[in-house]
Design a protein around this ligand. Structure first.
Ligand code: C2O
Ligand code: CU
Ligand code: CU
Length: 551
């Protein structure tokens, strides 16, 4: 008995570090065990895997064989050898630098979903590199703390590559978050949900039929952080879970199996102004939600399951996996007395709401099905075509009208947004509050959101995050127009700032750092001098950095 479990462990351990053929496993016994000796096999399923933190350098995407199921070797596309890839953590105000090495044997580009990156760093499919090539990524991260992620964004290969494993967490940290006293350390757990179809030989099957492309590829086997039948041992304390839907098409209605309430504290773009008590939350592909779960009401020895509840709203192939079916995600075993003393904070991070009164225009996006493809405003993606332009800094209303019978989680790169209204409900559900970057638009629904592209000019994509829909063309190119060029002339302690007199509605902001997180309005109103808006200042507090913002 002991021997069997030992050899299983060594085998698992060996497979996870090797891509050698199965015949080489015999030598695996020579490898030292890194798994704790205490046998966990009394519990059905597998302990939840936690992706390691990325330590910098490169992100190498390559095929690998992993022991996802004990005793089996499963072919995947891994990042630095893991599925999910390593968790990238960047502090607000710091630079993110990475070398992306494409060792996948086909084209590849990575996108930093939710992270506002300059256009050529953002992972537009036009920037994909050929097999064997690598490229450098470097940009400062200035936005608020949030749980983002990264994944393949290759032209017409996004779905297949992400399904095979090319995805990981990208967490933006801000030391200011510590003030809220949220659970930290091993009480702050990231969970990525993916659904797979699995063969008898425990291989991930990706073979979408025409119908699968219409609905998106749904699986019937859950992997949480790449772990099937996952369980996590918790203590009777408070936990922060960062939930990511990394699935191609499946939407989750996340709840505890006993219906106990938990607290929603964050959405795609970071923390909410205050926790909201919920008993379930909808999580569409591409989206993130942060929740606090309190295990103190449970007796030691109890167990409860994080699951996805049934919901209506269709999709799925006849006889195959269906959208909206009940699924177990992760089983918690309440094992120990509390080791943390965190409590649910009364207030979190204030949020500046965008208002419809600020909006300069409304853009309508009609989501429809025509023939066998999903379209946005009647068209499918054309890499060569720019579908619309957005003036830098303007607040806009984006209105999605879903005339199809499929849900579409809509995602724009380069900005965050706030949901304004949802035709199917008088008040917005908690998961629609806060800053978002992916908005679920249900069949027949009209959803309006407020957005403002004020970080990077350039060409970006806007698409459905159902990855089969995206790859089959439910995507647009749009261009964020640059702000006017700001001329800065220094003369001793004086600085003269000017921009074209034809540009209306701009004001100056300054920061102490070139990639400042904090920008302050500059006192002094601009006057037209020689056909240019001009502001003359005395730089009293040392050299500062300036930019134009929409006033
Ligand atoms: Cu997460 Cu353009 O995608
Ligand atoms: Cu994105
Ligand atoms: Cu879609």
């Amino acid at each position: 008995m002991k021997n069997t479990s030992m050899s299983n462990l060594s085998r698992r351990c060996f497979l996870s570090r090797s891509t050698l053929a199965a015949s080489a496993i015999v030598t695996g016994a020579a490898f030292r065990l890194v798994v704790p000796a205490r046998a966990q096999s009394a519990r059905p399923g597998n302990p939840l895997r936690l992706p390691p933190d990325w330590t910098g350098g490169s992100l190498t995407v390559a095929r690998a064989n992993l022991a996802i199921w004990p005793g089996y070797s499963t072919a995947v596309s891994a990042i630095n050898g893991g599925v999910p890839g390593p968790t990238i953590r960047v502090r607000r105000g710091q630079e993110f630098t990475a070398r992306v090495q494409n060792s996948l044997g086909e084209p590849l580009v990575l996108h930093w979903h939710g992270v506002l990156a300059p256009e050529r760093m953002d992972g537009h499919p036009r920037d994909q590199v050929a097999a064997g090539q690598s490229y450098q990524v470097r940009f400062p991260v200035r936005q608020r703390a949030s749980t983002c992620w990264y994944h393949a964004h290759t032209d017409q290969l996004t779905a297949e590559q992400a399904y095979a494993g090319v995805a990981g967490f990208f967490i933006i940290e801000d030391p200011a978050e510590a003030a809220f006293g949220l659970p930290s350390g091993n009480h702050d757990v990231s969970l990525v949900f993916t659904d797979k179809r699995v063969s008898a030989a425990r291989q991930l099957v990706y073979a979408p039929s025409m119908m699968d492309v219409m609905s998106g590829y749904l699986g019937d086997v859950m992997l949480v952080n790449g772990t099937p039948d996952a369980w996590l041992s918790v203590d009777r304390g408070l936990y922060r879970f960062r939930l990511l839907n990394g699935s191609n098409a499946r939407i989750y209605k996340v709840a505890l199996s006993d219906g106990r309430p938990f607290h929603l504290i964050g959405t795609d773009g970071g923390l909410l102004p205050a926790p909201m008590a919920v008993t379930s939350v909808m999580l569409a592909p591409g989206q993130r939600l942060e929740v606090l779960v309190d295990f103190s009401p449970y007796a030691a020895g109890a167990s409860v399951v994080l699951k996805s509840l049934t919901f209506a709203g269709g999709g799925g192939m006849m006889g195959g996996p269906q959208q909206g079916t009940e699924m177990d995600l992760l089983r918690f075993y309440v094992d120990n007395t509390a080791t943390g003393n965190a409590t649910v904070p009364a207030a979190l991070q204030p949020l500046t709401p965008l208002t419809s009164a600020q909006a300069k225009r409304t853009r309508v996006f009609t989501l429809a099905m025509s023939g066998m493809v999903h379209t946005i405003n009647g068209q499918v993606f054309n890499m060569q075509r720019t579908d619309f332009t957005v003036p830098f800094g303007d607040v806009e209303i984006w209105e999605y009208r879903n005339t199809s019978t499929e849900p579409h989680p809509m995602h724009a790169h380069a900005a965050l947004c706030q949901v304004l209204s949802r035709s199917s409900s008088a008040s917005l559900p908690p998961e629609d509050t806060g800053w978002k970057d992916t908005v679920l638009v249900n069949p027949g629904e009209t959803v309006r959101m407020l957005t403002r592209f004020d970080t990077h000019p350039g060409l970006f994509v806007h698409h459905c995050h159902n990855l089969e829909h995206e790859d089959s063309g439910m995507m647009q190119n749009f261009e964020v127009l640059p702000p006017p060029a700001l001329a800065i002339r220094r003369d001793g302690a004086g600085v003269s700032l000017s921009w074209p007199g034809s540009e209306q509605g701009w004001s100056l902001e300054s920061s102490a750092e070139p990639n400042g997180v904090v920008w302050e309005p500059v006192a002094g109103s601009p006057a037209v001098v020689g056909g240019r808006w001009t502001v003359n200042l005395t730089e009293l507090t040392g050299r500062r950095f300036y930019r134009l913002a929409k006033s």
